[in-house]
Design a protein around this ligand. Structure first.
Ligand code: IMP
Length: 425
């Protein structure tokens, strides 16, 4: 197996950073393929905590090549801050490569994201993600490579775009717009800082695969935030599903060998939108507290609820999952009773498939299977057999409901707190 895609099976924040970090040890190359600095991965290594937004978590290994693919929207200022932060923590960043085709998040995208979110109430991360992807699709955006071309080509296009965006910002929202000359100077300074990292990353990945290297494609966000298949309009503007890896990294689908879905042992969501198993009670508070469920990027409290197998089955279908990585199982340690949603009731009818309509989803009541908790600390378990019988039963039920083997089980935030059922790579 040489190419693996790792995706979030729920609404993001499944603990992909930890699993990527775990797999990255054996990977030659880790690739981000969508999203931008809306993503937030926290990785703990030797009592040091690293927060990553744009750079793949593989950067923490000195010999792993890390790639920010063409599908990622890049805020160069944020990227430079992240690089400097990592360097100050003693991390060598020489193995990073950034696609020259990656679209640029510009200050006006962030401003418009802020202003528009007040009206749409999606609860975006305000990182300019939606407006940048909108410009890309509208063919009015800029790529990193544009800044490497002659100024004569780039400058008039930037001037025209800034003029247009200023009309929206000033005339619709009555706020201050941007000066294109100041912006141009800032962008040129930033691209010079990043120049050593910029490359044709699709080619680099192709060469790596041809040489038989192990490549890990690291999805950000999660299946239900996919622009096409998620809970639209309460979604992000990219394709976090496995199919997004091909487009966002510039590789063909035949090179993918395996797709791992990361799923938290319960469910969380940040931002607005329906969430059938959401809890508004002491159990929800306990999940939030024990799971330390705060967004890495925005600091917002995450909404919490029981595990939803309807969502997991949907993720199996959309991503072609071959494996599951269950994370944060230890967060359930104190519960006397745990629940798994096996289906939904909508207007008295049982639904087993994730609904297409947001209105139907909003009206769905979860149907639960109740299981006894294990009320035992599992954070020291290093083998499946060391888990209490009720924890194993919980995992068995997830297997029965999804049909996908659980290759990795995380029982704490550290690299060492990972039960490996089968070697990957
Ligand atoms: P955007 O990606 O900033 O446009 O936000 C759109 C929606 O996706 C909002 O509900 C965000 O809270 C959610 N979102 C974006 N990135 C993440 C993430 O990394 N984890 C969880 N939710 C996210």
């Amino acid at each position: 197996m040489s190419a693996i895609v790792l995706i979030g099976s729920q609404w993001g924040d499944e603990g992909k950073g930890k699993i990527t970090d775990f797999l990255a040890e054996k990977a030659d190359c880790v690739v981000r393929y969508q999203g931008g600095s809306n993503a937030g991965h926290t990785v703990e290594v030797l009592d040091q905590q690293f927060k990553l937004h744009l750079i793949p978590s593989g950067i923490l290994y000195p010999n792993t090549r890390c790639i920010v693919g063409n599908g990622v929207v890049v805020d160069m200022g944020e990227l430079i801050n992240e690089l400097e932060r990592l360097q100050s923590q003693g991390i060598d960043t020489k193995n990073l490569r950034i696609s020259s085709r990656a679209p640029l998040v510009l200050p006006y995208h962030k401003k418009i994201d802020n202003l528009e979110d007040r009206a749409t109430n999606i609860g975006t991360t305000k990182r300019g993600i939606g407006p940048t992807y909108a410009d890309k699709i509208n063919r009015t955006g800029f790529r990193i490579s544009d800044l490497l071309d002659s100024r004569a080509y780039f400058e008039p296009r930037l001037e025209a775009q800034v003029k247009q965006k200023n009309r929206i910002i000033e005339e619709i929202y009555g706020e201050a717009g941007f000066d294109y000359r100041e912006l141009l100077t800032e962008l040129q300074e930033q691209v010079e800082r990043l120049r050593p990292y910029i490359a044709d990353t699709s080619l680099l990945i192709y060469q790596a695969l041809k040489e038989g290297q192990k490549v890990l494609f690291e999805g950000a966000q999660g299946t239900l935030l996919d622009i096409d298949h998620g809970t639209y309009p309460f979604v992000t503007s990219s394709h976090p599903i496995a199919g997004g890896a091909c487009v966002g990294a510039g590789v063909g689908p035949t090179c993918i060998d395996r797709v791992i879905g990361v799923a938290k042992a319960y469910t969380t969501r940040v931002g607005e939108g329906p969430f059938p198993t959401e809890l508004h009670d002491a159990d929800g508070d306990m999940l939030q507290r024990r799971g330390m469920e705060f967004g890495t990027t925005t600091g917002r409290k995450r909404r919490c609820g029981w595990l939803d197998a309807v969502i997991l089955r949907y993720a199996v279908r959309l991503n072609g999952l071959t494996d599951l990585a269950i994370t944060k199982l230890d967060v359930l340690d104190e519960f006397a009773l745990v629940k798994i949603c096996t289906g939904y009731k909508y207007k008295g009818t049982l639904i087993n498939e994730f609904p297409e309509s947001i209105e139907v989803l909003e009206g769905c009541e979860p149907v639960y299977m109740e299981l006894p908790g294990w009320q035992q600390d599992i954070t020291g378990a290093t083998e499946y057999e060391q888990l209490p019988p009720n924890a194993r039963r919980y995992l068995d039920v997830i297997y029965d409901l999804t049909g996908v083997k659980q290759t990795l089980i995380a029982v704490g935030p550290k690299r060492s707190q990972t039960i490996v059922q089968e070697q990957i790579f």
